[in-house]
Design a protein around this ligand. Sequence first.
Ligand code: E4P
Length: 220
Amino acid sequence: MKLFLDTANIDEIREINRWGVLGGVTTNPSLIAKESSDPDRVWKEILAEVDGPISLETTELEADAMYEQGVELARMAPNAVVKVPMTPDGLRAGKRLVQDDIRINVTLVFSPAQAILAAEIDAYIVSPFLGRLDDVASDGMDLLRRICEIYQVQGYETNVLAASLRHPMHVVEAAAAGADIATMPYAVFRQLVRHPLTDIGLETFLQDWEGLQKELKEGA
Ligand code: E4P
């Protein structure tokens, strides 16, 4: 499973990219708005920083306008992936973009039926939003499992991206469910690496090492 960052903040992206495990980035209009900067500049910086797929979201709602905007976004760089919403216009625009060999990410997916539609237009990525379903007392992980199962049975090649993840166990369970990609906020990415026993173990190792150095010095 590839690990993506769900952010438009270049400092967060640079820091995690240095770890060598960053597979790509997802952005959305809310994340771009948080940066209070020209969206084109923000997108271009991210596209240049990370080699993997970077999702840039359309904001037009009507199919023709969304298609035109998608073409412009795809032109920004070869690693750009165009996000379209799961709406009838999003499907129409998305299908045209796919026919132009542009990779698309169908976003705001909350049901298996919607995920089937995304696969039927040969989307590169489908994005079920797990956390937002959990927020309304529904089971986001169950949705992900059902989509992965349907895609396997049907032989769909669309990549399943577990989105709207809130904590490390979402990431672990998404991997077990068979997701191709998990996208997560910076804070969750950092939580993945931490374990109190790693910190305690490291501290003990270093103390013992220093003790040995002292012993050798005193014996010399
Ligand atoms: C995915 O591509 C979305 O940007 C994202 O995961 C939404 O997450 P949120 O529900 O935390 O806003």
